[in-house]
Write a protein that binds this ligand. Structure first.
Ligand code: GAL
Length: 398
């Protein structure tokens, strides 16, 4: 009897605490209608749903794939930061398969999550699923990649994607002193996944920066591949980038033509391209190879001078900004530029750049920066990386 009473009391306390805590956010909340609906849905799900178990609100985090380093970091940081703030977290990776991502998100909707944070595999393929999220009153934050053709997305948190490409282009411009050097220099482009809304921004940022030099003849593209479609790499696949570069080298460089620059949109493609150059390029120079993300393998290649730079995105900060946006949403607020004051990371609030086909999605855009062999210590200073035992390469510190 005593035991039953204790159990009843414990359950009652859990409910009271849940009511007082505002579901895990730091201030007492007036729940938004959306969150109320989601909470009600959560209460109706089975005991297996974490949201119903503890009274804490649950965040549903959908990441694209574990096969690229950065998404592992994003998932870990998001989960840890939301949990530290008192939320429960469901984290799902969908193996770069957009059908699976739809199913994974549907499962989280059915589990009654209070908010969804989604890095889309295919930005065009979530419309129906997100209509269901909207019907269930679950707000959606597009994480890193904009989700197209759905009015269910409340906010977009990312980096300034166009600037990523500009930084790559500027790096080439500066390293080769394009304004003064005689040239001409030969360049080849490798871009990202056409299903990823970011990929075009990265390519355009780099291409626009270098176009004046292509137009003047100072930069030459021996393969003639100068459009995004011609150089896109489905799934950002390292193997595909490797094969494409091998083909390009065989077709246009086997006669001794010098390759000066391999402009790659990100690190996974840079990995394949650098491998192709190492194995299949006959020239004795070291072409400039660009990248993006600061993956450990690429940072190693930068030390070994197989890759020249990467555009670094601090995804721990990206997770932190996302947490603040989600917290505000769950408190029934509509975050705006004033949220920037509460952020520790440098970011801009943008209400003009990202239209997902249903209108502008208000965006928080963090600032990417260039990493080369000369400033690797700056990565260590973020606290996310450390030098290995020989002080030679970087390792993850988290
Ligand atoms: C992009 C992302 C990049 C890169 C790429 C490959 O959407 O912004 O940082 O990781 O995907 O996954």
């Amino acid at each position: 009897m005593k035991k039953v009473l204790a159990a009843v009391l414990a359950i009652a306390m859990t409910f009271t605490l849940a009511a007082c805590s505002g579901g895990g956010s730091s201030t007492p909340t007036t729940a938004a209608p959306a969150a109320t609906t989601a909470a009600a849905a959560a209460a109706e799900t089975t005991a297996a749903a974490p949201a119903a178990d503890s009274g804490a609100k649950t965040v549903g985090i959908a990441m694209p794939t574990k096969s690229l380093e950065r998404w592992n970091r994003d998932g870990d940081y998001l989960k840890a930061q939301f949990e530290a703030a008192g939320y429960q977290a469901q984290l799902k990776y969908s193996d770069n398969d957009s059908n699976q991502q739809n199913n994974d998100i549907q499962a989280m909707i059915a589990d009654g999550v209070s908010v969804l944070i989604i890095a889309a595999i295919d930005g065009e393929a979530l419309t129906q699923t997100l209509a269901d999220a909207k019907d269930a009153g679950i707000p959606v934050i597009a994480y890193d990649r904009l989700i197209m053709n759905t009015d269910a997305v409340s906010y977009y948190v990312s980096f300034d994607n166009y600037t990523v490409g500009v930084l790559q282009g500027e790096f080439v411009k500066k390293t080769l002193d394009l304004d003064n050097a005689a040239g001409p220099f030969n360049i080849e482009f490798t871009a990202g996944d056409p299903a990823d809304n970011n990929a075009g921004y990265f390519f355009n940022g780099a291409f626009d920066t270098l176009k004046p030099y292509i137009d003047s003849g100072k930069l030459v593209v021996p393969s003639g591949k100068t459009t995004f479609e011609q150089v896109a790499t489905p799934n950002w696949s390292t193997d595909t980038a490797l094969e494409n570069m091998q083909n390009t080298l065989a077709s246009y460089y086997s006669d001794g033509t010098v390759l000066d620059i391999a402009l790659c949109s990100n690190d996974s493609t840079a990995l394949g391209v650098a491998q192709a150059i190492t194995s299949d390029y006959a020239g004795s120079n070291k072409p400039i190879v660009t990248g993006q993300d600061g993956d450990i393998a690429n940072l190693r290649n930068i030390v070994d001078e197989i890759q020249t730079m990467t555009v670094y995105k601090n995804v721990s900060d990206e997770a932190g900004v996302t947490l603040e946006v989600a917290k505000a949403l769950l408190e029934g607020k509509s975050p705006d530029a004033s949220l920037l004051d509460s952020l520790s990371a440098d970011a801009a609030y943008d209400t003009s750049s990202y239209d997902n086909g249903t209108g502008i999605i208000p965006s928080y855009l963090l600032v990417p920066w260039t990493v080369t062999k000369d400033n690797l210590q700056d990565l260590v200073d973020t606290g996310l990386y450390k030098w290995d035992a020989n002080n030679q390469y970087l390792e993850s510190a988290t």
